[in-house]
Design a protein around this ligand. Structure first.
Ligand code: SAM
Length: 223
C-alpha cells in the first residue's frame, strides 16, 4: 500500500471512530509502519504484516481507547514491542511525553531508530523489564508517571501492587488493553486496593472486521 492509499484508509477509519487526526499525523503513522515492516524482515517485531490488518489491529486499536486516557503528562508504555500503543498515542497526543519500555534489545534498537526517524519530541525508548524499572540507569526511571499503558502483555496483580503503586503519580492512570475474550479477574485483585490502586472501570469498544469486542481496563492511583 502506498502512502496516499494508507492515508486515505487511516483517515477514513479515524473519522468513522471520532478520532481527530490530521494528514500529518497519518504520515507519521505511515513512517512507523513502513519502518516496522522493513525491520520485521530481519527482526521479529510483529506477526501482523498486511496493511489492512495493521491499520485496524495495531493503529486503530492503539488510538481508539485514547478517549478514556489523560491527554498530557508523562506516559510509560510497558512491553511496547514495535511501539504499540505508545507511538500512535504520542502521535495522536503530542503533549504527552512518552517513554517506551521494552525488555528485548533488538526491539529497543528499532524503537530508537524509529523515534529519531519520526523526530518525535519528548519520546524515549528504554531497555528493561518493568520488574527492574527503578534500577534502570536513566533519570526517567525515577520519575512518577501520569499514565501507564500495557497492551498484549498478560496482566498480573503485581503490575498494579508492585509497579503501578510505586511508579504512578498521585491520580495517575494504569490502562490495560484486554484482547478479544480477555478479562482480568478484577475482584480477585484484593491487594490492589490496599496498595492504593482503585479500579475505575472497563470501557468496551469494537474494531471493524473483528467479531469479538475489546475492552480497556482502567485503574487509578490514590496514593
Ligand atoms: C506480545 S508483545 C506486545 C507488544 C505491544 N505492546 C503490542 O501490543 O503490539 C509483548 C512485549 O512485551 C515485552 N515484555 C515482556 N515481558 C516484559 C517485561 N517484564 N518488561 C518489559 N517488557 C516486557 C516483550 O519483549 C514483547 O515485546
Amino acid at each position: 500500500m502506498n502512502e496516499a492509499e494508507f492515508l486515505e484508509q487511516l483517515l477514513k477509519l479515524t473519522e468513522a471512530n471520532d478520532i481527530p487526526f490530521s494528514e500529518e499525523q497519518g504520515r507519521l503513522c505511515y513512517g512507523h509502519i513502513t519502518l516496522m515492516l522493513d525491520w520485521n524482515r530481519r527482526t521479529n517485531l510483529t506477526r501482523i504484516t498486511e496493511f489492512p490488518e495493521i491499520l485496524i489491529k495495531h493503529l486503530l486499536d492503539s488510538l481508539l481507547p485514547a478517549r478514556w486516557l489523560p491527554q498530557q503528562g508523562l506516559a510509560l508504555d510497558v512491553g511496547t514491542g514495535a511501539g504499540f500503543p505508545g507511538v500512535p498515542l504520542k502521535i495522536l497526543r503530542p503533549q504527552l511525553k512518552m517513554v517506551l519500555l521494552e525488555a528485548n534489545h533488538k526491539k529497543v534498537s528499532f524503537l530508537k531508530v524509529l523515534l529519531a526517524r519520526l523526530s518525535l519530541k519528548n519520546s524515549w525508548a528504554l531497555h528493561g523489564r518493568w520488574e527492574d524499572f527503578r534500577e534502570i540507569h536513566h533519570s526517567l526511571a525515577r520519575e512518577r508517571y501520569d499514565l501507564i499503558t500495557m497492551r498484549a502483555v498478560r496482566l498480573q496483580a503485581e503490575h498494579l501492587t508492585r509497579f503501578a503503586s510505586r511508579v504512578l503519580a498521585p491520580g495517575g492512570i494504569f490502562a490495560w488493553w484486554a484482547g478479544p475474550g480477555e478479562k482480568p479477574d478484577v475482584d480477585s485483585f484484593h491487594s490492589v486496593l490496599e496498595a492504593g490502586i482503585e479500579f475505575q472501570g472497563s470501557f468496551p469498544y469494537s474494531l471493524p472486521d473483528t467479531s469479538r469486542p475489546r475492552q480497556l481496563f482502567v485503574w487509578q492511583n490514590h496514593n
